[in-house]
Design a protein around this ligand. Sequence first.
Ligand SMILES: Cc1cc2nc3c(=O)[nH]c(=O)nc-3n(C[C@H](O)[C@H](O)[C@H](O)COP(=O)(O)OP(=O)(O)OC[C@H]3O[C@@H](n4cnc5c(N)ncnc54)[C@H](O)[C@@H]3O)c2cc1C
Length: 373
Amino acid sequence: MTEQAKKLVLIGGGHAHMVTLAKLETFVAKGYAVTVIQPSEYHYYSGMGPGMLGGTYRPEDIRFATRRLVEEKGGTFILGKAYRIDPHKQLVFLEESKEEIPYDVLSCNAGSYVPREMIKGESQDIFTAKPIEELLVARKRILELAAAREITVAVVGSGPSSIEIAGNIHQLCQQQGSHMPKIQLFGGRNFMSGRPDKVRKLARTILVGKGIEIIEAGYVQQIERNHLLLENGESYPADVIFPAVGVKPSKIFARSGLPIGPDGGLLVDEFLRSSRYENIFGGGDCIHFVPQPLDKVGVYAVRQNNVLYGNLMASLDGKNPEKFIPGGKYLLIYNLGDGDGILSKWFVTFSGKLAFYIKDRIDRKFIETFQRH
Ligand SMILES: Cc1cc2nc3c(=O)[nH]c(=O)nc-3n(C[C@H](O)[C@H](O)[C@H](O)COP(=O)(O)OP(=O)(O)OC[C@H]3O[C@@H](n4cnc5c(N)ncnc54)[C@H](O)[C@@H]3O)c2cc1C
């Protein structure tokens, strides 16, 4: 590799970088140097995260070996967290390291995080829904506690991740034969508000059928070690707590003074390119797509793959980028544990084993496609 080799740097090997990573050798073949920065050697597929918590999948079934793949294909893998970007000097700075990573073209797929503002103090028994690796730690901890006695598990939030986590904790304890925990889902004032009525009804029926209590007395205001406080002043004890409230984009962009959207996501145009810097791209949960705000679902990250790969190559080659078209309505399937699923798209909504079977097939196919590389 020559001194002058153009440098492509990827922040995060997330769902929108799957194709770029799988075809990394095509950059190397053209003489471009590729560096991938990620805080873990693996990237976990979030769609199967709750299933790993419940024991349907092993950790190795749902993750991509990012480091191995990058190194085998001739790239450089840096185990670390990107902290800040200097778009003028074209450098990425890392957290807890003085290393500066230069780039000619940068692509950001650092995902999102669960805000921790409502969590006061430290506790080893509070687990956010992201990063997905947390669910593995939570699984071990629940089994350890539930082996000795009946515990209470609180899941805060009433979106897809919270219902999937609650349902899969039920599956976990049922299958492992430990004491069945009391599972409480704190759903704000109105369980799953904003979701289609039929989906809400089905989710409620399935969760209540498992003995999960849905509490709609108000929003959780504060989470502390072993208890939660609601906005109405009520306090609830809990041994293990999962804040699974909505996610926010990585803070890197706000910290770097880059143009961002209202939620802090990197502002990108129809080419998935920073609205100000032509050599910075992004995909997945960490962007704010100017043409239309996108839901924070893996579906969009996956749809962005080919365009992102093509535009990174075009940018290095000095060619024109291609537009990303988000596409129409997407298929939603929830995994509520014990083989139960809810499927919804257009006017079709149903629950049961078939819904979970379809999700399982789709997810396994996706992961196997990229694990093969
Ligand atoms: C429990 C749960 C279940 C879900 N189920 C589904 C589902 O079934 N279907 C669906 O469509 N969506 C689902 N979602 C939403 C989905 O997780 C997100 O939309 C999806 O993960 C976005 O992909 P991403 O690659 O942008 O982000 P992420 O999956 O968060 O990946 C980001 C990557 O960047 C890395 N990274 C993070 N910070 C840094 C940093 N500072 N520097 C370098 N690297 C960094 C991370 O390690 C990670 O590898 C679920 C979410 C949760 C929490």
